[in-house]
Design a protein around this ligand. Structure first.
Ligand code: AMP
Ligand code: GLY
Length: 423
């Protein structure tokens, strides 16, 4: 079949890498892709949210399946767009429809869903400019730190965790006043959950599901999990504390009730579900849902899937996932993200990346790169993800770090302590 992957980051390079290994694939395209995806697929210069241009290309190239990498096109309704056109009745679009994508696109929608289906999550209150004083009373009633979330998509920046009550109250008003644009017309206040995070992934057809390998990502920029939040500085899979007992709790308390809820709501959801979880004293709570794969978790997770991903996605699209299983690679995987100096704040672009060809023991996924003449140059905060296998996550990390040593660009930075909190 002919497949089009939408997106241009490390996640999409990793998805494309895995999809390319499927015998079911005839032609593989990525829109817009990056210099990494161009080595294993054909890049097409179309933006991931330009639905009309994507539809033209789907027609022209006889595309059978569209795999949506980022959340934006899903939240904007790409699934509904194709579903509304009879000529695309046979096209498989991997992802939820616009209504279901609110599980990621609206924190309040997700929270109400979790309450309705009894899924463990932090206590919360939705606040608009109508009930600010109720919001302030909520903040006074919980222990610090205070968790404030803009309801809508805010490019990963819409969550504030604040120690001081007066500052929390001030920020509540700032967000409602437009600090994160319209995404903050509503604010979700939450109880703080103290624990360790992990990411769990499923593919669903709307009523059945299969689980993919779990992962842990490293969000903070600095060593020792300090400093600003980033899109992710690396990941490992499997997660040492994700033992059989915890996995069972996750499946029974979170995954099953979520998929049952999706089914009960009659959601058109055929795609990836990402459960961002907090392990609080051995019990899992949902921090957030995402309606796509995680980045940089995907770069590790794809290495650990032995089954044919295209077969699984096809089964999801055709609502035939029931009875399918996923075979995991017994090896561990780890990803180290090389970023531009200054990220996640201001950073420079256009730095020539050297040494990519010297990487032999890791898969080198491109995250934020572009071509400039014959050179691959930096074009984003997160630049290159180095993913490796190992007998343990620690061995895999060692290999990724050795590969990182082969690559250089001006002001390049990466964390050297990944995994040390898991020993
Ligand atoms: P979110 O965008 O909802 O995933 O939040 C971003 C990050 O903020 C999460 O990955 C957590 O590290 C942290 N976070 C969010 N909600 C909570 C909470 N209720 N308690 C503790 N940490 C949280
Ligand atoms: N790594 C977290 C995310 O993709 O949202």
């Amino acid at each position: 079949m002919n497949i089009l992957v939408l997106g241009s980051g490390g996640r999409e390079h990793a998805l494309t890498w895995k999809i390319a290994s499927s015998p079911k694939v005839e032609k593989l395209y990525v829109a817009p892709g990056n210099p990494g995806t161009s080595t294993i697929a054909e890049n097409v210069a179309i933006k991931a949210d330009d639905f009309d241009a994507i539809a033209d290309f789907v027609r022209k190239a006889n595309i059978n399946m569209v795999v949506v990498g980022p959340e934006d096109p899903l939240v904007k309704g790409i699934v509904d767009y194709f579903a509304s056109k009879p000529e695309f009745a046979e096209l498989m679009v991997i992802g939820p429809d616009k209504f279901s994508a609110q599980l990621e696109g609206s924190k309040e929608f997700a929270k109400k869903f979790m309450m309705k289906y009894g899924i463990p999550t932090a206590g919360f209150l939705s606040v608009t400019s109508e009930n600010i004083s109720e919001g302030e009373r909520f903040l006074e009633s919980v222990n610090p730190p205070y968790v404030l979330k803009a309801d809508g998509l805010a490019a990963g920046k819409g969550v504030l965790i604040i120690d001081n009550i007066d500052e929390a109250k001030r920020e509540l008003r700032n967000i409602l006043g437009g600090k994160f644009g319209n995404a903050g017309n509503k604010v979700v206040l939450e109880q703080y959950l103290d624990g360790i995070e992990c990411s769990v992934f499923a593919i669903t057809d709307g009523s059945s599901y299969v689980l993919l390998p779990e992962a842990k990502d490293y969000k903070r920029i600095g060593e020792g999990n300090t400093g600003l939040n980033t899109g992710g500085m690396g990941s490992v899979s499997p997660v040492p504390f994700y033992n059989d007992e915890f996995a069972k709790k996750v499946e029974e308390r979170i995954v099953k009730p979520t998929i049952d809820g999706i089914n009960a709501e009659g959601m058109d959801y055929r795609g990836f579900v990402f459960f961002g979880l907090m392990n609080v004293d051995g019990n899992p709570y949902v921090i957030e849902y995402n309606v796509r794969m995680g980045d940089p978790e995907t770069e590790s997770v794809m290495l650990r899937i032995k089954s044919d991903l295209v077969e699984l996605l096809e089964a999801a699209a055709k609502r035939k996932l029931s009875g399918m299983t996923v075979e995991f690679d017994v090896r561990s995987a780890a990803t180290v993200m090389m970023v531009s100096g200054g990220y996640p704040e201001a950073y420079e672009k256009g730095k020539v990346i050297r040494g990519l060809d010297a990487v032999k023991s890791s898969v080198c996924f491109h995250a934020g790169t572009k071509m400039s003449g014959d050179d691959v140059v930096t074009s984003g905060g997160r630049v290159i993800a180095l993913s490796s296998y190992g007998d343990t996550i620690f061995d895999a990390l060692k290999t990724s770090y050795a590969s990182a040593g082969c690559i250089s660009f001006d002001k390049c930075y990466y964390r050297t302590d990944l995994g040390s909190d898991l020993k």
